[in-house]
Design a protein around this ligand. Structure first.
Ligand SMILES: [Zn+2]
Length: 135
């Protein structure tokens, strides 16, 4: 294992926070996304190569984890959820959950890209992933 793998490339907290805000994790000024979940190839402010930081399924897993634990599980503690007619409550709950999930996903992906930037993980490091050895 190279010694550099133990080192953090950039400060984690500012990088993740900039990403969560939808900004470039390097400078915090340029926009991270050019579409809903499409990461800009390069930062318009500092020219940082943003496309090389892998997100893959990570943001989706984190979004599901957070929505399940912070929204769905606490929601089940309210008796009105169990007493209400599902014909009325399910569409309302599922619509609100879908909106909340779609609102959280780009922010979480931004934070994820910020974390990858801070840790120095790039697409070119894919050969280091042990799971890829089976491919
Ligand atoms: Zn930038």
């Amino acid at each position: 294992m190279p010694a550099a793998m133990h080192e953090v490339a950039h400060p984690i907290a500012p990088s993740v926070l900039r990403g969560l805000a939808g900004h470039c994790p390097a400078c915090g000024k340029g926009r991270l996304f050019w579409k809903y979940l499409k990461v800009n190839g390069r930062c318009e402010a500092c020219d940082q190569d943003l496309a090389r930081y892998p997100a893959d399924d990570g943001p989706a897993y984190v979004t599901i984890l957070l929505m399940g634990h912070l929204v769905v599980a606490p929601l089940l503690l309210f008796p009105i959820v169990w007493r209400a007619n599902p014909a009325y409550s399910l569409p309302i709950i599922l619509t609100a959950l879908a909106v909340a999930t779609l609102a959280a996903l780009p922010r979480i992906k931004g934070g994820w890209v910020g974390l990858m930037y801070a840790l120095g993980v790039k697409d070119s490091d894919a050969h280091l992933h042990t799971a890829d050895a089976a491919d």
